[in-house]
Design a protein around this ligand. Structure first.
Ligand SMILES: Cc1ncc(C[n+]2csc(CCOP(=O)(O)OP(=O)(O)O)c2C)c(N)n1
Ligand SMILES: [Mg+2]
Length: 343
């Protein structure tokens, strides 16, 4: 079928771009956290610890043909799919309804808070692409916690039976809020669960961006060649709080966190590229300046985006349902009665 989107060998530019994306991801996520503290954004979930998984997986995909369904923690790491991802993410966290919109040609779905519900969506989309003989594959991110939901088992089973081009990316970051993986499953690993779905299950070190890239590139090749789905478990560790509303010092064992910080995926990759002579202080400064500039511009644009009461109806379906059309009309009439003309 289709040729793989990414060659199996990453060149030097790929590597430096990946580190730049990882540094950016942490910066954007940190900016989102600070905006919440300033009352300028809603609850959000820091990416710290997941950068290698998200950036490594995204690098193996083709933004022109492939689709990504994130959970809620990944969007700041998906810059490979374009700056629009970041703009949509900030719209989402400030509570603008346009944050749930996917303008063409953006192939990244909005963040999903309702655990695991994005997994059947991914399988449905991959099935549709398969039936319509469209190029491309679908990658869905979900956490160790999300894997306990019924939706995960239903979607995994269906994907295995149908043999559709989907990649299940289970991000095992050690925690589901305060529930440790030891209380999440009695299985030997999350990758083991793939066996019951009749698909390969692969476990990779999620703190190693290149290992994640390689596993995803192999899964993509399989999917694009019509060989069906793969499940990848990327093992990492949540380095920060669950969300802006969490205090992890109440339950994360300090020694465990310390060990995880020693394997920080951003630090590891920076050291790797420095040792290969591909990274230095000058590049670091440029990456930081780029991230700050992009965050500043994005936040300024998002905060200047007007919001009208009717926006909440306009980003739900491509074609609104009759019930939504009726509710929208009734709101417009009501607003006109009370003298609001901004709709
Ligand atoms: C259906 C559903 N049940 C419960 C919750 C509450 N909840 C929000 S995040 C979360 C933990 C999810 O953990 P995991 O899937 O491992 O993702 P992580 O936050 O670690 O990235 C829970 C239980 C939810 N959002 N949706
Ligand atoms: Mg988790």
């Amino acid at each position: 079928m289709t040729a793989p989107a990414a060659s199996d060998r990453l060149d030097d530019d790929d590597l430096t771009e990946m580190l730049t994306e990882m540094i950016g991801a942490r910066f954007f996520s940190n900016r989102a956290f600070n905006l919440q503290r300033q009352g300028r954004a809603g609850t959000n979930a820091p990416i710290d610890g997941n950068e290698g998984v998200v950036v490594g997986a995204a690098r193996a995909l083709d933004p022109a043909t492939d689709w990504v369904l994130p959970q809620y923690r990944e969007p700041p790491g998906l810059l490979r799919f374009g700056e629009e991802v970041l703009r949509r993410y900030f719209l989402y966290i400030v509570g603008h309804p346009a944050g749930s919109h996917m303008p063409e040609p953006l192939r990244v779905w909005p963040p999903q808070i309702s655990l695991a519900t994005q997994i059947p969506h991914a399988v449905g989309q991959a099935w549709g692409m398969h039936v319509q003989q469209q190029e491309g594959v679908v990658l869905v991110f979900f956490g160790d916690g999300a894997s306990s939901e019924g939706d995960f088992y239903e979607a995994g089973n269906l994907a295995g039976v149908l043999g559709v081009p989907v990649i299940f990316m289970c991000v095992n970051n050690g925690w589901a809020i305060s529930t440790p993986v030891s209380r999440q499953t009695a299985a030997g690993s999350f990758a083991d669960k793939a066996r019951a779905f009749g698909m390969p299950g692969v476990r990779v070190d999620g703190t190693d961006v290149m290992a994640v890239y390689e596993a995803t590139a192999a899964a993509r090749r399989r999917a694009a060649d019509g060989e069906g789905p793969t499940m990848i478990e990327a093992v990492t560790y949540r380095l920060g709080p669950h969300t802006t509303a969490d205090d992890p010092t109440r339950y994360v064992p300090p020694d465990e966190l310390e060990a995880a910080l020693a394997r920080d995926p951003v630090v590891r990759f920076r050291e790797e590229l420095r040792s290969r002579g591909l990274w230095d202080d000058d590049r670091e400064e440029r990456a930081a300046a780029w991230a700050r500039d992009l965050a500043d511009r994005t936040v300024a644009e998002v905060e200047a985006t007007p919001v009208a009461p009717t926006d909440m109806f306009d980003h739900v379906f491509a074609e609104p349902t009759p019930a939504l059309v009726e509710q929208r009309e009734s709101l417009v009439e009501h607003l006109a009665r009370v003298g609001r003309s901004d709709v």
